[in-house]
Write a protein that binds this ligand. Structure first.
Ligand code: 5GP
Ligand code: SF4
Ligand code: MG
Length: 457
C-alpha cells in the first residue's frame, strides 16, 4: 500500500495535493484509493475500489473541496490482510471520544488477532476484516490520553511492519514500526506545511522538498500550536527495512533510507552477473521491474543490453490481478517478444519469481520468437516463506520456491538455465541492514498469532 498525509498552516487545496500524491504512489496499490480532508471542523471522506484515476472523478474531488481545508490523508490499497472488499478500502475513519480519527496503513500487524479479541471482549465493534481497524480502535480506547500519547501507547502494543499516517480534525501524525519495514518519508511544502509519504516520489509533483526519512520506531506530528514538526522516538530502533522495496516494490526514482532504488537495482544485477555468469549474446529485461537488474547484469558481464520484450504501457501490473487466469491473460496483454531475441542466446533478467507464471510464459514467448537459448537470472533469492509485513500474503501460499527446487523451477518455466541471486549478494547490493524473511524465514518483526481473516464478518 501507499500512504500519504498533508498539513498546511493555511487553507490550501488539500484534496488536490493528495490526489496528485496518490497518483505518484499508484504502483504501491491498485485495488482501492481514498482521501480524507479536514478544515479543522468538518471531515470529508471519499474512497472506493479502483485506480486513483477511476476513484477520483471530478464529482468525487468536488465533494472533497472544503473551503478552509488544511490537512488530510490518503491511501492506495494493495490487499494483504482482508480481501479486496469495498469496506476494507482506506483511509478508515472512526468516531471516538476524541472526535473523528482517520488512518491510512501500509504493512501488517502480526498480533492484531490477539488485540482484536481483547477489544471485542471489552465491547468494541469491528466493521472491516482488516487489521488497520484494530490500531485505530486501540488509539480511540485511550480516551484519557492526548492523541500523541494514545498513538505512542498503541505503537508499543502492536507488533509487525507498519508505516502509518493518522489524523483527527486538527492534527496530522505519522509513524513507523521499530524495524522500519515499510518506508516513510517527510517533505516540506513551500508554504511551510508538511507532507508524510510512503516514498519521496510524490514531492516534486506537489512542490515539496524532501526533509528526511521517518526513523524506525519514530512518531512524528505537526504541532497545531506552532506548525512545526515534532518527534518522539517511541520504540528502540532495530532497522531491517524490506529488501523487496529495493528489489521490486518501490519506484525506481525513489531514495529510501538513504539508498537510491535504481542504483540498488543495478548493483543487484551486477552481483547476479558475478555470481551466475553465462555465455550469451543479449541481456533482456522483463519490463519494467527487471530493467535495473538487467542493466547491471549487462554492465558487469559485458553482454549487450537490449529490449527483447515490448511492454504495452496501458496494461498495468500483472501481479496485482486477483486470480491465476486473470494474471495469465494479463502477461499476454502486457508483453510480446521483439526481433532482438531472434537467433540469440538470451539472458532474461527479472526481479523475482513468485508463482512462476510470468517467467514460464515469457520463456515460451522468447523461444517462439526464435531465441536459441533462454537463461533466466533472478535478482533476488527464491521466495520460500510468506511475508507478514505487507507484501501480498495470499500469493505467498502459492510460492513455487516453497515446494520446488531451483532445478524443478527451471524445468517448470522451460529455461535452459536458471539462477537466483544469493542472500549475501542482496545484502551487498543494497548495502544496509534489511529484512530477508521471505527468503530465509527469519522474521525480524515477529510472526502472526493467527489468521485475522478467520474472524471476518
Ligand atoms: P510470477 O509469475 O513468478 O508469480 O511473478 C513474478 C513477477 O511478479 C515478477 O516480474 C515481479 O516483478 C512481480 N512481483 C513479485 N512480487 C510481487 C509483489 O509482491 N507484488 C507485485 N505487484 N508484483 C510482484
Ligand atoms: Fe520484505 Fe520479504 Fe521481509 Fe516481507 S518478508 S518485509 S517482502 S523482505
Ligand atoms: Mg515484474
Amino acid at each position: 500500500c501507499g500512504v500519504l498525509g498533508v498539513w498546511s498552516p493555511e487553507p490550501v487545496d488539500v484534496a488536490g495535493l493528495l490526489h496528485l500524491g496518490l497518483f505518484a504512489l499508484q504502483h504501491r496499490g491498485q485495488e482501492a484509493a481514498g482521501i480524507v480532508v479536514s478544515d479543522g471542523k468538518e471531515v470529508r471522506l471519499e474512497k472506493d475500489l479502483g485506480l486513483v484515476s477511476q476513484v477520483f472523478t471530478p464529482e468525487r474531488l468536488a465533494k472533497l473541496q472544503l473551503e478552509g481545508a488544511r490537512l488530510g490523508i490518503g491511501h492506495v490499497r494493495y490487499s494483504t490482510t482482508g480481501s479486496n472488499l469495498r469496506f476494507n478500502a482506506q483511509p478508515l475513519t472512526v468516531r471516538s471520544s476524541k472526535g473523528i480519527l482517520a488512518i491510512a496503513h501500509n504493512g501488517n500487524f502480526v498480533n492484531a488477532l490477539e488485540i482484536r479479541q481483547r477489544l471485542l471482549s471489552e465491547g468494541a465493534v469491528f466493521q472491516t476484516t482488516g487489521d488497520t481497524e484494530v490500531m485505530i480502535n486501540l488509539i480511540a480506547r485511550y480516551s484519557q490520553l492526548s492523541l500523541v500519547e494514545a498513538t505512542a501507547r498503541a505503537m508499543r502494543e502492536l507488533k509487525g511492519g507498519f508505516s502509518i499516517t493518522l489524523m483527527n480534525r486538527q492534527t496530522l501524525l505519522a509513524f513507523r514500526d521499530a524495524n522500519g519495514v515499510r518506508p516513510l518519508v517527510i517533505g516540506r511544502l513551500e508554504n511551510g506545511g508538511y507532507v508524510f509519504a510512503s516514498e519521496p516520489v510524490v514531492f516534486p509533483l506537489i512542490g515539496a522538498q524532501f526533509v528526511r526519512d521517518v526513523r524506525p520506531g519514530e512518531l512524528v506530528w505537526v504541532s497545531t500550536e506552532t506548525g512545526e514538526l515534532e518527534s518522539r522516538q517511541v520504540l528502540e530502533p532495530a532497522p531491517t527495512p524490506c529488501a523487496f522495496e529495493w528489489i521490486y516494490f518501490a519506484r525506481s526514482d525513489a531514495t529510501l533510507d538513504g539508498i537510491d532504488v535504481h542504483a540498488a537495482r543495478i548493483r543487484l544485477g551486477e552481483e547476479l552477473a558475478r555470481e551466475a555468469p553465462v555465455e550469451a549474446d543479449v541481456v533482456v529485461p522483463v519490463p519494467d521491474s527487471g530493467i535495473g537488474a538487467a542493466i547491471g547484469y549487462s554492465r558487469a558481464s559485458g553482454i549487450p543490453f537490449d529490449y527483447g520484450l515490448y511492454k504495452n504501457p496501458y496494461a498495468g501490473r500483472t501481479f496485482i490481478q486477483p486470480t491465476q487466469e486473470a494474471r495469465a491473460l494479463k502477461v499476454k496483454l502486457k508483453l510480446a517478444a521483439t526481433s532482438a531475441v531472434r537467433g540469440k542466446r538470451v539472458v532474461l533478467v527479472d526481479d523475482s519469481i513468485v508463482r512462476g507464471t510470468t517467467s514460464g510464459r515469457i520463456v515460451r514467448m522468447l523461444k517462439e520468437a526464435g531465441a536459441r537459448e533462454v537463461h533466466v537470472r533472478i535478482s533476488s533469492p527464491p521466495i520460500r516463506y510468506p511475508c507478514y509485513y505487507g507484501i501480498d500474503t495470499a500469493a505467498r501460499k502459492q510460492l513455487i520456491a516453497a515446494t520446488h527446487s531451483v532445478e524443478e523451477i527451471r524445468a517448470y518455466i522451460g529455461a535452459d538455465s536458471l539462477a537466483f541471486l544469493s542472500e549475501p549478494g542482496v545484502k551487498r547490493a543494497i548495502g544496509g541492514p534489511v529484512c530477508l524473511a521471505c527468503f530465509n524465514g527469519l522474521y525480524p518483526a515477529g510472526q502472526p498469532d493467527g489468521e485475522l481473516e478467520k474472524l471476518a464478518l
